[in-house]
Design a protein around this ligand. Structure first.
Ligand SMILES: Cc1cc2nc3c(=O)[nH]c(=O)nc-3n(C[C@H](O)[C@H](O)[C@H](O)COP(=O)(O)OP(=O)(O)OC[C@H]3O[C@@H](n4cnc5c(N)ncnc54)[C@H](O)[C@@H]3O)c2cc1C
Length: 336
């Protein structure tokens, strides 16, 4: 089975969520090799950087046999990316003796958006946020996927000429192959996209500005209503910078207009999987937790010891964040 995996970049590195998706894709390909697809990076990242990553040992170690570097897409344009995938899929399907292929992507906003477009272009069904996928008799795929923001798991059968699925970003660990792999073969691909495919296109990107994205950052400093104002976020931003991370927020913060929706963590925001989530002045409502449950460690700062975020955190600091954060910053600045 030919399995394509859409690989996203985080700054100038392969996104952790994509390595997780590649791990699942490798299992699906079961020995027949996995093809990874690397697209032109977001604005600000040059094609040579992408080509270097494509040829690096990292992608091969996680399962890539062939890596297709698609040029000419001019940054993130979901329909154009999907068009490129559709062309690769078409070529794989029409090859003599080919079996039903699959296209896998991380369950990030981009991964879900691109595969939804691919489904629309090809007429194929798409399963989002899968936690497992196993080939079954009759050429179908048995899948388990998250529903209701991860509150329940659904078992389903994906019966289609080609499977399109995204991998829930907190469900599969990124694991390299147990034995060393041969270097991946890199192919340069140019696709023909129309102006219509480029109508929706990202004009700016956090990664292009030099920072990690919220979805893939290793450290996220979260702020909620307890921060008190837009100006109150200065200390959280400094803390995030010192820790090499990014700031995420609750919905109250975006509703108040203190920070944009692109920074929201949760059911209707971004799902995060950092090593550390430092939640400041966030109560931990279920809709917020749906976005941060994949964090490896949670530290909560809150004046209310019974707030759900405090009871679910690995470490809880009972106190006013306006006193705790300055003390934390002072000690981190001294170390820096
Ligand atoms: C359909 C739907 C979807 C939703 N999607 C999302 C989503 O994606 N993301 C999301 O976040 N929410 C979402 N919500 C909203 C969610 O239900 C909560 O209302 C929201 O998460 C609460 O934000 P908060 O924790 O910042 O505010 P609050 O619940 O008001 O909590 C503020 C916390 O700050 C503490 N605090 C106050 N002052 C201080 C201080 N000085 N120092 C330390 N602690 C202090 C308080 O004790 C309290 O625990 C959704 C709701 C619905 C209905």
């Amino acid at each position: 089975m030919t399995v394509f995996c859409l690989v996203e970049l985080d700054g100038e590195a392969v996104a952790d969520a994509s390595l997780r998706a590649l791990t699942l894709a490798r299992g699906l390909a079961s020995g027949s090799g996995t093809a990874a697809v690397v697209f032109v990076a977001p604005p600000g990242v040059d094609l040579p950087v992408v080509s270097e990553l494509a040829a690096s040992a990292e992608l091969a170690a996680y399962g890539a046999g062939d890596v297709y570097v698609v040029s000419g897409l001019n940054g993130y344009a979901p329909q154009a990316w999907a068009r490129a995938l559709a062309e690769l899929l078409q070529a794989a399907t029409s090859a003599p003796g080919s079996s039903a292929p699959a296209v896998v992507a991380a369950g990030t906003e981009r991964g879900n958006e691109v595969l939804a477009h691919l489904g629309a272009i090809t007429g194929l069904p798409m399963a989002a946020n899968c936690v497992a996928a196993v080939p079954a008799d009759g050429g179908v795929l048995d899948i388990v996927r998250q529903r209701w923001a991860g509150l329940l798991l659904e078992e389903a059968v994906l019966d289609a000429p080609a499977a399109l699925l995204t991998v829930a970003i907190d469900a599969v660990a990124a694991e390299p192959r147990p034995v060393a792999a041969a270097a991946a073969v890199v192919h340069a691909v140019s696709v023909s996209v129309s102006d219509a495919d480029l109508v929706v296109r990202a004009a700016e990107s956090a990664a292009g500005a030099g920072g990690a994205s919220l979805a893939t950052a290793r450290v996220v400093v979260g702020g909620g209503r307890g921060v008190g104002s837009a100006a109150g976020f200065a200390s959280l931003e400094e803390l995030a910078e010192l820790l090499g991370g990014v700031v995420g927020v609750s919905r109250v913060v975006t509703s108040e207009g203190w920070r944009p929706h692109s920074m929201q963590v949760g059911q209707t925001g971004t799902k995060i999987t950092p090593d550390l989530y430092l939640a400041c002045g966030i109560s931990g409502a279920i809709q917020h937790f749906a976005g941060c449950a994949g964090a490896k460690h949670i530290i909560a700062i809150n004046t209310d010891p019974s707030a759900p975020m405090m009871t679910r955190a690995d470490y809880a600091i009972v106190g006013d964040l306006h006193e705790v954060l300055p003390a934390l910053l002072e000690s981190l600045r001294a170390r820096a």
